[in-house]
Design a protein around this ligand. Sequence first.
Ligand SMILES: Cc1cc2nc3c(=O)[nH]c(=O)nc-3n(C[C@H](O)[C@H](O)[C@H](O)COP(=O)(O)OP(=O)(O)OC[C@H]3O[C@@H](n4cnc5c(N)ncnc54)[C@H](O)[C@@H]3O)c2cc1C
Length: 477
Amino acid sequence: MTSSTKTAQDKPLSIVWLRRDLRLYDHAAFAAALAGKGSIQPVFVFDTDILEAFPQKDDRRLTFIAEALVRMDAELGKAGGKLLVLHGKAQELLPKLAKESGAAAVYCSADYEPATRERDKAVAKDLEKLGVAFHAVCDHLIHPPTEVLKADGKPYLVFTPYSKAWRAKLNNTSFDEKPVKLNGRLADGDFPKSISLDKGAEAVLKQIGYTHNPHDWWKVEEGESRLKAFIGKAVSGYKDTRDFMANEKGTSHISPYLRFGIVSIRHCARLAVEQKTHDTWMNELIWREFYAMVLYHFPESQNLELIEKYRGLDWSQNKVHWKAFVECRTGYPIVDAAMRQLHETGWMHNRSRMIVASFLTKDLLQDWRLGDAHFAQWLMDYDMASNVGGWQWAASTGTDAAPYFRIFNPITQSKRFDPEGTYIRRWLPELKLLSDKEIHFPSAEARKKLGYAEPVVDHDDSRKRALAMYKHAGEEL
Ligand SMILES: Cc1cc2nc3c(=O)[nH]c(=O)nc-3n(C[C@H](O)[C@H](O)[C@H](O)COP(=O)(O)OP(=O)(O)OC[C@H]3O[C@@H](n4cnc5c(N)ncnc54)[C@H](O)[C@@H]3O)c2cc1C
């Protein structure tokens, strides 16, 4: 990598290292860099250490990222700059770039996932050796994980008191925009781009060995409009609509945009408080922060039960059940419909996620880590903290755990939250001719006729087995 250090203004040059903050407004890292002197060079690295976890070459998240980068580059172009995109080990590339470009500082938005924290520590150390400052600023959360703690300084493990403390910590500036006024501040740097953005997202992906796989639901440019449409109309009814899986307007569908920072969390909160009836929705944004905080303080919880007595539960190893689960043929229509939604769109309704996670762990008695890994592979909004939090909640092994004896009945849930079977019909069209009553659990005859799977387990039997498994683990302690 060679580069000229010819910049729009003289040194010092600051690098803004973009990661999960792919936008050019309300941006903490840009704002921090802009508060200093000199010019700014934004850079994004397709980090091969992270790409290893994306084995599917047509993974839609890569398409989403590539589209976002192309969009940013076009916007930067209007402000007289360009985005530098690299491909390789970020841990090595960042110090190398800083050295060769003579940068004085690297700014980025803090990422609180365990592996990323380790990587950032290593980068900061290497930069320090070069005399380059490293600044990681809080951007994708309102309150960083160390800000909302109990009076004794320990992290909360229960949501309600955390949410109260979270709200109490807000002040007049908590949701303030971090402005990005780049004109005249971007490096004109003729950094040779390793990855060319000129020919669009498809060409970007080709250069890193992936294929373009866009989905109609997830257009990068629709993040803002979707958020505004939701806040303008649906947020006031959210409390009543959020649980009905067929209602595509009942929740915001903003999660992938938040995950990659296409929309800013402060902007979401600002828009929400402008409405008088935003409280329930705001609570969901706080859940997101709660789980980020928990993962930060308990990094081991990414693959270990938070409740110690449930470590080493006697999970089933039944491969036939697992196969039926991932192939959407458990014989429980609501579960199979939800899994189809996941595979077809990369997203699943929150109520469906809870039903599916309860079914896997408490009906099939399969390890929550399997479900967590499967979601990690498919979810557009995959976020380690929220995913582990959601799965451990469903498995009753995490924070605010659903007590182990609270086991969702997939048929009752289906009748309650998809009363007319609209959601099931949408994702399992083979059942569409069944009556509203029968669609939740077809008769043996109907299954045979439609070629739909027999139920892999009997819910009542499974429930008893799950209760015994958890009770046994509790008693053993
Ligand atoms: C087993 C399981 C796994 C999950 N995995 C993820 C995941 O990987 N990534 C993810 O973003 N969410 C995850 N969730 C939480 C939730 O299902 C999604 O955030 C939500 O469905 C996204 O849809 P939405 O944007 O329409 O949400 P809305 O209902 O409009 O909520 C707004 C935002 O609040 C946040 N949010 C809402 N509910 C939750 C929650 N329970 N926990 C944390 N944040 C929440 C999300 O950022 C969401 O976009 C999981 C939930 C469960 C039960």
